[in-house]
Design a protein around this ligand. Sequence first.
Ligand code: 0X9
Ligand code: ZN
Ligand code: ZN
Length: 305
Amino acid sequence: AHSYTKYNTWDTVQSWIASISSSNPNLISKQVIGSTYEGRPMTVLKLGKKSSSTKPAIFMDCGIHAREWISPAFCQWFVKEALSTYGSDSQMTSLLDQMDVFVLPVFNIDGYDYTHKSNRMWRKTRSRKSGSSCIGADPNRNWNAGWCTTGASSNPCSDTFCGYSPESEIEVKNVADFIRRNKSVLKAYLTIHSYSQLLLFPYSYTFELAAHHSELLKVAEGASAALRSLYGTSYTSGPGAATIYPAAGGSDDWAYDLGVKYSYTFELRDTGRYGFLLPESQIKPTCEETMLAVKYIAAYVQKNL
Ligand code: 0X9
Ligand code: ZN
Ligand code: ZN
């Protein structure tokens, strides 16, 4: 059965997607944006009060990397909190009145399923190509942003394999197409990973500073302070290349260069004690504190529409 304080399997997440969207038709709708390599449907949830005019929007994805289980747990938590606090929390109400939030609960579904059934530490997609016996590419090295120039591998057996070409991974292509299609309304792109407690923004493919560096840093520092206010969890903010490592082909850099200014990568708890194997007892506190950071960014974006 589905639980917000457990790591749900893909099958459980899939039925949750169906039931949560049918039980809240006034605030949520769903659309399939394509299928994964192994044929599973990729469903984007759209949260927001229905409006006659087109609303500005935020896009958030979870689970780009298969083993980072706290990430899909956060997207599920976010959807629950949005629905249950709309009408009582003034910020959430105003956010969903003025904007839409698109949520992709699990990006790399095939990989996520594989981590539940075969190899808990799997990171990549599960695509195959004749000529190599190694499976999958890193879906955060496969975007067309300095593709495969640094911090990525052209060896199909590597965990950071950039793929055979930009968007060679169907999951990346499906999301990139969705973002391109909705480019005119998208004001922010948030992508949720783990672990390290970082709030990163462009660039990671170069050490050059983004055109909006100081604003992106200011918002990241405000979001990190909001997060820390709940349980004292400390986050470091900065551009990816200098803060974690240079790595090209990431979704945040791609979205930013497309024109989505507020582009952030979260690296959730912890800093390495449990790493990817974060205990289920930490799902609730991690999600509650992360909500504060996401809501801080959303409020800033909303104020600056
Ligand atoms: O390496 C990554 O893709 C991310 N770290 S993780 O441990 N979750 O794999 C960081 C991504 C930062 N952004 C880019 N490299 N574009
Ligand atoms: Zn990751
Ligand atoms: Zn709550």
